[in-house]
Design a protein around this ligand. Structure first.
Ligand SMILES: Cc1cc2nc3c(=O)[nH]c(=O)nc-3n(C[C@H](O)[C@H](O)[C@H](O)COP(=O)(O)OP(=O)(O)OC[C@H]3O[C@@H](n4cnc5c(N)ncnc54)[C@H](O)[C@@H]3O)c2cc1C
Ligand code: FES
Ligand code: FES
Length: 1211
């Protein structure tokens, strides 16, 4: 046995003795119990530990102060390469790509728990004694895949795959924690996992399929082997034969780092003593550290002393005193445990049914992995420290009337209200006490969020009052009202029950509470005779994406001598740089260089602009700002250092002064008013005489319409890993266009293109954001590698990625339109303005303004707007059609409105500037085939389609084919992967290569009788037949006679939405899409593309708003808190996608049509259905006439337009 102090308890009679001072020879102590005479030996250990031990996938690990105290588990897992399947994006708990599962014993008096958590917010040194499981620990394609992994892959739940391991681990953890989980749980508990590609439907289907109504087969889900014993080992609560955990060592921890101390006390006495000792120092109490996700100020690196309070048993004591009816809640009780406790109380046959309301409210706080770790006390402390924090927990504690125990040296009890005003510096919050509810109590909680879930509240509130139900629900006594987000009067109709008139009762319903389980239908044609052509084949990378084995750029191993890089970016737009001071940054240990525009070598250029392929001579795009700051977020300098941490520290110390500051132009309107136009303006395109047609039309209207910009929000941020070679540079980059990167690196380093190799295997999402915007990252790494002659690596943080790397363009359409009595357009005159930012290099106007009838992303939206306006003006047939589609819940329902909208699209597919080189190689020894591609796999299924074509052409199984990445040595001079045409063009190129190979082999084959593939290949190899072919697919530019659009893709979406007029929240009840994909090359992939891009469009139309600071020009919502990409409950409840049947495309490759971007355009049907709802709500409010409604339809905008005014609350 072990003792940690000078007292020891007899293991037989438990009496305590002073331990002997002198050990025996073997280092143990021996003692005879004076009470019972028992002789025993024990080992004395230090009273505290200075390292922490845990296991990852069964492997024992001990770490000490060689890591900094602010190292998060995710950083450790990746830096040590223990788990590269664990990804990182936001580092805020907002995306879920970092989720792992951990089994931990927090309170020694409780059994261990197993939870899914965000490893990006979990400090490494909090993991003492934990058993951590990562995606690699549950299965692999090299051994056996776990059922969660294989199911997600089989259901088509991956596209780029960057989110996949997070989804897998979330499900794995949930199934451990909730063995009886339901399908509803499987939807409810994925609110913290973002997927930008799939549109969630296949992910949810996969997860729900594993939750039969009976219990899931947990055994099957836990098929991982213990690294120590080689036997089955789980983190599921059963004993691990490998005894891999060190959780028995519960000593407190004390670790000393440069200027920070880490302490883990194990008793309240120790805690109070520490708080007393640390007076005057900056001290951070750690509940679970999730608060850092929101408040960067709470980062451990900002404190002198860290006190991890998660191992103090008293902090977990949750009790109920039946005599006084008082509940006591320990401060380390997690939000999940709080929910469980409330659920248990609500289920009891007492008056505490109201706890159910609090459970529902807590479901809407954060996400399941955050609630698993985040404590209620930490949440309240955030409200205490930062009063503007819209805490939901504070509302809950207030309606509970909780008393809080706080203190620095001894406990002190205060009310919630008093707590809010108390200076808690140096104090701890140890428990809360509160009473239950009375029989006549009514409790209601509300939370309006910018999207359906996992967001902080726009407005939140919790209400409690006692009513006399026998007397018209008269409120008796003083109600408790806790409300955040608004300060003026409010209304509480919930109390009135049936006393409210029918048409007003819909105000009671919280839309999201009644949302049913989502479901989907997918239909398509496929001809088995032709398989693998047009087979709905699973993506060839799906398995390795779900096991975490798929490698992305930043997963590449560190190279010896590798340096890290980080940009210093401008904080002001439209100004001139006066000075950049790097002196303090250079003093940070580990910093090797800070590069600025002065470091561009002689003969090289400070220019990373794109190749001239698309837009003619391009404008100069500086790597480092050399004077005029064009936008807020422009790179000023690059810190190059031995560690990531050093780059981050040093980058903060580079200072910049500006002069000639002018107001930035952050909107199209501002730019037009200032006459700020790009030089390159398209010539007018005129067909017929539009003025005459408009002026002579029976009706004409004019107007202006804006479509919003959108952040790409790829979760793999821009990254490059670069190393010097004997004659130049090699790099792996997150680019949709390696050739563009090669040019940028050539320009800034002066190294000839022949000596620069750029490659890319796959991208973790791109959506156009990696066509040219990786240039700057790659060029900076290239320059740093050249100047230091060492490998250099950089991965942008989420904020740098959003601030530096551009957006999808906003547009303004100024129009005049003439039409007849039937609404038929007779003439239209449109001026299209595109918000290019500061640079005109990538403008897309030439691609769509040539034919405004055809639609690209913004013009579909615009044409729908015009049709709406025409309908409104006529108030005749056209509007009658729309009105016929409009129906309302309960006919005259005041607070909930339902509406339909139908949006057709016609999308012109342009192949003029496509150019992709494909190579197909047959290996003579084993007959396998590899393909190198001029396109880049970003999740769109390019590799899968190419493999299908090659398999079809050569008559071999798909698994004999391997699609390699794109690189500038094997396949130079490609166009970028984009515009939705690359998959098709690469397939065409691969097919041509196959034709050549077949022709090469034909003379040999003709001499053989029915040879197998292997026999044929062997023979050809023996006979020196060339078994490699290359083909370049090239378009014909328009000015050389190419058609602007080779063909059109068509589609229609019909959308039903339901709007809560009171809050501006809405549900998309159902969407039916018919999309014309010709004869789809792979219907499973194409349906995924339709669903994913439709959801991206929904984000653009509803929740994703880019907000700028008008003074500095900075995008102010540059992270997961402010920028709201859709989550899994923002998808349609009922999502049906049909690929048009029997629709071969005579001019498409193998009769197919492209998917990808076109379906995005149909998503504006959500916006127009909402517009219909708003129009009806306005009528109810007595407001008639037209109104301005432009996307994105954010909750606040929608609610405001409904014109709800206090005087309408007459019940
Ligand atoms: C992605 C995400 C989404 C979220 N969404 C919501 C939401 O919708 N609504 C909402 O209300 N909240 C939300 N939160 C906040 C979340 O509830 C809190 O982060 C969590 O409850 C804090 O608990 P913690 O134990 O991690 O605190 P920590 O991060 O450890 O601590 C937070 C602060 O409290 C102090 N502290 C912690 N415990 C004590 C104690 N016992 N005594 C004294 N000081 C203490 C710390 O020193 C620190 O200053 C969200 C958080 C994240 C990361
Ligand atoms: S990286 Fe951890 S939640 Fe986003
Ligand atoms: S597959 Fe989910 S983010 Fe790409």
């Amino acid at each position: 046995m072990e003792t940690k102090d000078s007292f020891i308890a007899c293991p037989v009679c438990k009496t305590t003795h002073v331990s002997p001072a002198v050990p025996k020879k073997d280092g143990t102590f021996a003692s005879t119990c004076v009470n019972c005479g028992h002789f025993f030996k024990f080992k004395s250990v230090a009273p505290y530990k200075s390292s922490v031990s845990f296991t990852v996938n069964g492997q024992a690990i001990t770490v000490g102060n060689e890591y900094s105290p602010s190292t998060m588990l995710a950083d450790y897992l990746r830096q040590s390469r223990v788990s590269m399947g664990t990804k990182v994006f936001c580092k805020q708990g907002g995306c879920g790509v970092c989720i792992v599962v951990a089994k931990m014993t927090l309170n020694p008096n409780d059994p261990p728990i197993t939870v899914n958590l965000n490893s990006c917010l979990c400090p490494l040194f909090m993991c003492d004694g934990w058993e951590i499981t990562t995606v690699e620990g549950i299965g692999s394609t090299k051994t056996t895949m776990n059922k969660v992994q294989s199911t997600l892959a089989d259901y088509g739940g991956t596209q780029c795959g960057y989110c996949s391991s997070g989804h897998v681990m979330n499900m794995y953890g949930l199934m451990q924690k909730y063995p009886n989980m339901t399908k509803k749980d499987a939807e409810d508990y994925f609110e913290g996992n973002i997927c930008r590609c799939t549109g969630y439907r296949p992910i949810l289907d996969a997860m729900k399929s594993m939750v039969p109504d009976s219990n899931p087969d947990i055994e099957d889900l836990s098929n991982r082997l213990c690294k120590t014993t080689g036997k089955r080992c789980t983190s599921s609560g059963r004993n691990c034969e490998g005894q891999c955990s060190s959780r028995n060592d519960t000593r407190s921890i004390k670790m000393v780092f440069g200027d920070t101390q880490w302490n883990k006390p194990t008793s309240m006495t120790d805690l109070y003593a520490m708080l007393a000792q640390t007076r005057g120092q900056k001290c951070r109490l750690l509940g679970s550290n999730t608060g850092t996700g929101y408040f960067d100020q709470e980062n451990i690196s900002n404190f002198d002393v860290v006190i991890d309070i998660s191992s103090i048993p008293d902090m977990y004591v949750n009790t109920y005193d039946a005599q006084t009816g008082t509940f006591t809640l320990g401060a380390c009780c997690s939000l999940t445990d709080l929910m469980e406790l409330f659920k248990t109380e609500a289920a009891k046959p007492t008056d505490n049914g109201n706890f159910d309301q609090l459970v529902k409210y807590l479901y809407r706080v954060a996400s399941s992995p955050i609630r698993n770790r985040g404590t209620w006390a930490g949440n309240l402390m955030m409200k205490n420290k930062y009063p503007s924090f819209p805490s939901d927990v504070f509302n809950i504690m207030t309606v509970l009337g909780a008393s809080l125990t706080t203190g620095q040296t001894a406990p002190e009890v205060i009310s919630c209200d008093a707590f809010f005003k108390t200076d808690m510096t140096g104090k701890c919050l140890s428990k809360a006490t509160f009473k239950g509810f009375g029989a006549n109590d009514i409790v209601a909680c509300f939370k309006v969020m910018p999207r359906s879930q996992n967001s902080l509240a726009l407005v939140n509130g919790a209400f409690r009052c006692s009513v006399d139900k026998t007397n018209g629900y008269m409120v008796s006594g003083k109600p408790v009202i806790s409300i955040g987000g608004i300060s003026d009067s409010f209304y509480f109709i919930h109390v009135l029950g049936d006393a409210v008139a029918f048409q007003y009762r819909s105000g009671f319903e919280v839309l999201h509470d009644t949302r049913p389980l989502s479901s989907g239908v997918q239909t398509y044609d496929t001809n088995k005779q032709e398989w693998p052509l047009n087979e709905p084949l699973k993506k060839i990378e799906a398995n390795i994406q779900c096991t975490g084995e798929a490698q992305y750029t930043d997963d590449l191993p560190a190279m010896p001598g590798q340096l890290y890089a980080k940009f210093v970016i401008s904080t002001q737009a439209n100004a001139t740089v006066q000075s950049i001071n790097t002196v303090e940054a250079m003093k940070v240990p580990g910093v090797v260089k800070v590069l600025t525009s002065f470091d561009i070598p002689a003969g090289a250029e400070n220019d990373v602009s794109l190749p001239t392929l698309f837009t003619g001579p391009s404008e100069k795009e500086e790597l480092f700002c050399s004077g005029k700051v064009m936008f807020c977020g422009q790179s000023l300098a690059l810190v190059v250092a031995e560690s990531q941490e050093a780059t981050e520290k040093a980058a903060k110390l580079v200072t910049c002064t500006y002069n000639s500051i002018q107001t930035p132009l952050v909107s199209i309107d501002a730019a037009i008013s200032a006459g700020s136009f790009a030089k390159k303006v398209m010539p007018d395109i005129v067909t017929g005489d539009p003025d005459q047609a408009i002026n002579s039309a029976p009706h004409n209207i004019n107007g202006s319409f804006h479509t919003p910009e959108q952040v790409h929000f790829h979760m793999e941020t821009q990254a490059t890993v670069c190393f010097p070679t004997e004659d130049g540079l090699e790099m792996v980059s997150t680019t949709q266009w390696p050739d563009s990167v090669q040019l940028a690196v050539h320009r800034v380093t002066g190294i000839p293109e022949k000596n620069i190799k750029v490659s890319v295997k796959r991208l973790g999402g791109a959506y156009g954001g990696k066509i040219t915007k990786n240039n700057i990252v790659a060029a900076a790494c290239g320059l740093a590698a050249k100047l230091t002659n060492r490998p250099v690596r950089m991965r942008l943080s989420i904020s740098d990625n959003l601030l530096m790397c551009g957006r999808r363009f906003p547009h303004r359409f100024d129009y005049k339109v003439g039409f007849d009595d039937n609404g038929k357009l007779l003439g239209i005159d449109v001026h299209v303005y595109e918000g290019l930012g500061y640079l005109e290099n990538e403008n897309i106007v030439p691609f769509f303004s040539g034919n405004i009838d055809s639609v690209t992303t913004p013009s579909a939206q615009f044409m729908e707007h015009v049709m709406e306006k025409v309908s409104n003006t006529l108030n005749g047939d056209a509007i009658a059609i729309k009105r016929a589609n409009l129906y309302m819940k309960g006919q005259d329902n005041r607070w909930k409105k339902k509406s339909l909208a139908v949006t057709p699209i016609k999308f012109g597919m342009s192949y003029n500037y496509s150019m992709y080189t494909m190579s197909v190689m047959i290996y003579g020894n084993d007959g396998t085939v590899s393909v190198t591609s001029g396109g880049v796999e970003c999740g769109q299924g390019l590799n899968t389609k190419v493999a299908q074509i090659v398999a079809y052409k050569l008559g071999i199984p798909v698994d004999m084919i391997s699609i390699k990445g794109n690189d500038t040595v094997k396949n130079p001079n490609n166009a970028s992967t984009g515009g939705s045409v690359t998959s098709e063009e690469c397939c065409k190129g691969a097919a041509k290569c196959c034709d050549e190979l077949i022709a090469n082999m034909k003379p040999i084959k003709d001499k053989m009788t029915d040879p197998t593939w292997m026999e044929l290949v062997t023979k050809c190899y023996q006979k020196m037949v060339v078994l490699k072919a290359e083909y370049t697919v090239a378009g014909t530019p328009v000015d050389e006679g190419g058609n602007p659009f080779k063909y059109f893709s068509y589609g229609t979406a019909c959308t039903e939405v339901e709007l809560d007029v009171l809050t501006g929240e809405y549900e998309i009840n159902r969407v039916d899409i018919v999309y014309d994909c010709g004869e789809s090359l792979n219907p499973a992939v194409d349906i995924g593309q339709v669903e994913g891009s439709f959801m991206m469009g929904i984000g653009n139309n509803t929740t994703e708003e880019v907000v700028y600071d008008p003074t500095t020009g900075k995008m102010i919502n540059y992270d997961t808190w402010g920028y709201h990409a859709p989550t899994n409950k923002d998808i349609p409840v009922d999502f049906r996608v049909h690929l048009l049947k029997n629709a071969p495309n005579p001019v498409g490759f193998l009769r197919s049509k492209a998917s990808g971007e076109p379906p995005l355009n149909m998503s504006c049907s959500v916006f127009y259905a909402l517009q219909n709802c708003i129009r009806e709500a306005r009528k109810d409010a007595g407001v008639t006439g037209d109104f301005v409604f432009e996307p994105p339809a954010t909750r606040d905008k929608v609610q405001e337009l409904c014109m709800v005014k206090p005087n309408q609350f007459v019940i």
